[in-house]
Design a protein around this ligand. Structure first.
Ligand code: HDE
Length: 762
């Protein structure tokens, strides 16, 4: 405590910025040292019909998949062999000297099998280890050839094959999907001019402004080094210690404490390129651009209490949701939207577009839809594809270029570098999932696991022995946008330095913008998240420093969190630069999670129809069929597998049990019409099922005869207390079959947050 308290704030922070035209002083070696410190402590439709990929592919299909056929293995009807193809006669016994004797070294079959097994794992990604992937295509829907010559935008209607990987950041490969975390949204476009990787997140800003701090922020959030706890969680001292000393993280932290960090599904979250990039047209003219992926089903999240319980009930919740949606034909779909602006416009704004802790509000540069992304095929093999896919920010194609965002510049080094260890050498581009559909010709040779058999004696350029081939592409090839950097600099500014520009020093204006743009429900959830995370923090001085930081965002939020933590309101932290007086935008409705409710479809939504003996089979099955038709996933949920007897004397199958598929795995529930509720009201698990549906503000259909179950769960009493609850459909039994449209509408709304109280009523 004393140690932490002795560093009240990051006093060196202002030394990082060029403030008021003055160059910063060289930073000191260490933050102020407390006295008592203990030192010991495509469409590849048009081209590419080549030797490499054989035949022409259908629009949006990866033509490399054709030749992959020879690598796919299907062992049906085949005998077991060694890796050398030798048939194995006995796969049960190792070779030994006598029945009870030692195993012989001669047993090459055993040795090969065990050796291979011993090396089956590769290092997991140092961040974003937990992920799920899918194949699909990108389709250009608007002509933006005046802005970019990038291959995916060559023509309206053109389809380019893609592979997408969604991920969490902090957790290990086997960690739960629904933890509070940023989600990765990485897209690999296989264009005929090479691969373009847009490696984004579901939050449009980042914690830090310079790649130099990335290892620090990741070390701080990962399990603490002495005891390797906690897993996949930011709710611990080291994370908040770091954050509270890094005011530039405040904007991102508000997003992270919002429900954006607990999405309902990968299908219901946005994606962002985060950095400002450049689009480059055929004339070589550049436009600055931000990339957005917008889900057709809208942006929807979980409730925190629900997310925590799902992590136990189904740690693969998001992976399963993605897999099942694609298997069921409910293909996840997103719009690609861009914001474009000129250097001159960017120059006038109060924030720097090279600062990844800032967004460009939609009020300043509106979104323009230019394409759509459709995910329509699950991988054949998780390891071969999802695990071995290597996204690299430096994978860009003609028509796209970087900016000088210092975070992006650092990333451009990191991604290739990390693959060398993770995938075992410089030839990872030859792994099928990473191989471009464009042909690869160069003099890069050899190395571990080389697949290509390069022919001929020439492996250098220039050459005459091979007629100068492969030759430089010249004007057809990638060209970096020419820039006159030094001309933009003040005369006093050194050409080589370690410092950040003045606008980077504004740490709170956009955090305030985000807070101001949130609805009361979202604000309540953000405050609750701070309470949870900081309650888990053990060091009082860190909690205090965070509350001091929050005072620079919003006094109300700070006061609320302080009260929740049982502490008096401390002094605000000092600011490196005064807040912007009149920011261009004070509140942006587009920043609310509720700004994108979706297109009304309920594809893949899981709906429980609770059943027990005596249920009206006619009403239940009418509801079931209507939900199925709407693309949802209805399930008859009962106490035990088998069947229940309906009121009509027929049978209904129980598809899953409450025990195996508890409440949190469903988006909505209907209590049994006709009969059966009394029996369920005596089953504690069924009562809890209904309680949690209610607590998590999910649509609930309550037929009159199911009142005993609703009452046992406390739903009726709570419903009476709140007058308007659009998620609660209480109706006569004979109205259930006809209530499907209203129920579906309530499910499309996602949650009736109006119902929520602090603490929960049920
Ligand atoms: Fe990453 N990041 N990152 N990152 N990142 C990695 O690359 C890194 C950043 C993102 O599904 C690593 O292949 C640095 C921002 C995604 O395979 C590594 C910095 C954004 C994925 C790496 C950042 C991201 C990664 C680990 C700061 C949003 C998963 C394994 C300069 C725009 C991709 C790997 C997948 C993965 C470095 C910051 C997104 C170590 C140095 C900002 C979606 O190279």
């Amino acid at each position: 405590e004393a140690l932490v308290a002795a560093i009240p704030e990051n006093v060196n922070k202002s030394a990082e910025y060029a403030l008021r035209g003055k160059m910063p002083q060289p930073p000191q070696g260490a933050t102020a040292k407390p006295e008592n410190l203990d030192a010991t402590a495509s469409t590849i439709t048009e081209s590419n019909e080549s030797e490499k990929n054989g035949a022409k592919a259908a629009p949006g299909e990866n033509p490399n998949q054709g030749p992959l056929q020879k690598h796919r293995v299907d062992s049906l009807g085949r005998a077991l062999t060694t890796n050398q193809g030798v048939p194995v006669g006995d796969n049960q016994n190792s070779l030994r000297a006598g029945l009870r004797g030692p195993t012989l070294l001669e047993d090459f079959i055993l040795r090969e099998k065990i050796t291979h097994f011993d090396h089956e794992r590769i290092p997991e990604r140092v961040v974003h280890a937990r992920g799920s992937g899918a194949h699909g295509y990108f389709e250009c829907t608007e002509d933006i050839t005046s802005l970019t010559k990038a291959a995916p935008f060559a023509k309206v209607g053109k389809r380019t094959p893609v592979f997408v990987r969604f991920s969490t950041v902090a957790g290990e490969r086997g960690s739960a999907d629904t933890v509070r975390d940023v989600r990765g949204f990485a897209v690999k476009f296989y264009t005929e001019e090479g691969n373009w990787d847009l490696v984004g997140n579901n939050i449009p800003v980042f914690f830090i402004q310079d790649a130099m701090k990335f290892p620090d922020v990741v070390h701080a959030v990962k399990p603490e080094p002495h005891h390797q706890m906690p897993q996949a969680s930011s709710a611990h001292d080291t994370f908040w210690d770091f954050i509270s000393l890094m005011p530039e993280s405040m904007h991102m932290v508000l997003w992270q404490m919002s429900d954006r960090a607990i999405p309902r599904s990968f299908r219901t979250m946005q994606g962002f390129g985060v950095h400002t990039f450049r689009l480059v047209n055929a004339a070589g003219e550049a436009t600055l651009v931000k990339f957005h992926w917008t889900p057709m089903l809208g942006t929807h999240s979980l409730d925190w209490d629900e997310a925590v319980k799902i992590a136990g009930a189904d740690p693969d919740f998001h992976r399963r949701d993605l897999w099942e949606a694609i298997e069921g034909g409910a293909f996840p779909e997103y719009l690609l939207q861009i914001q474009t602006f000129t250097e001159a416009e960017a120059e006038r704004w109060s924030f720097d577009v090279l600062d990844a802790t800032k967004i460009v509000p939609e009020e300043l540069a509106p979104l323009r839809t230019v394409g759509r992304l459709v995910l329509n095929r699950n991988p054949d093999n998780f390891f071969a594809e999802t695990e071995q896919v290597a996204f690299c920010t430096q994978h860009i194609v003609p028509g796209i270029d970087f900016t000088n965002d210092p975070l992006l510049q650092g990333r451009n080094f990191s991604y290739l570098d990390t693959q060398l260890t993770r995938l075992g050498g410089p030839n990872f581009h030859e792994i099928p999932i990473n191989a471009p559909v464009a042909e690869v010709h160069n003099n890069q040779r050899d190395g571990f696991h080389r697949q290509a058999i390069n022919r001929g004696r020439v492996n250098y350029e220039p050459n005459s022995l091979a007629g100068g081939c492969p030759f430089q592409a010249g004007a057809r090839g990638f060209a970096t946008v020419a820039e006159r950097l030094l001309a933009q600099q003040a005369a006093t500014e050194p050409s080589k330095l370690r410092a950040k520009p003045e606008k980077f020093a504004d740490h709170y204006t956009q955090a305030r913008l985000f807070w101001a743009s949130q609805t009361p429900v979202e604000r309540a959830h953000i405050a609750r998240a701070f309470r949870f995370e900081l309650t888990r923090v053990q060091t009082q001085a860190i909690r205090e420093r965070m509350v001091r930081m929050l005072r620079n965002v919003d006094e109300g939020l700070a006061a609320r969190v302080a009260a929740d933590l049982g502490m008096p309101l401390p002094e605000p932290l000092s600011m490196v630069a005064p807040p912007i007086k009149n920011p261009e935008v004070a509140a942006s409705p587009a920043l609310s999670l509720f700004a994108r409710p979706g297109d009304g479809r309920i594809l893949g939504r899981r709906v429980a129809l609770l059943v027990a003996d005596g249920v009206s089979g006619a009403a239940a099955s009418a509801l079931y069929d209507a939900l199925l038709l709407a693309g949802a996933v209805p399930r008859y949920v009962g106490a035990r597998l088998g069947v229940v007897r309906t009121a009509e004397g027929d049978e209904l199958p129980v598809e899953v049990t409450i025990e195996a598929a508890p409440s949190v795995l469903f988006d909505a529930a209907a209590l049994p019409p006709g009969g059966g509720a009394a029996a369920l009201a005596r089953d504690g698990l069924a009562v809890e099922f209904v309680q949690l549906q209610y607590r998590h503000c999910k649509p609930l259909l309550v037929p009159a005869s199911a009142a005993p179950l609703a009452e046992a769960a406390g739903v009726r009493a709570a419903a009476a207390a709140s007058d308007a609850d659009p998620g609660l459909l209480v109706l006569p039994d004979d109205a259930v079959a006809g209530a499907a449209p209203a129920f579906i509408k309530a499910i499309a709304m996602h949650r009736a947050w109006q119902r929520q109280t602090e603490p929960p009523a049920v």
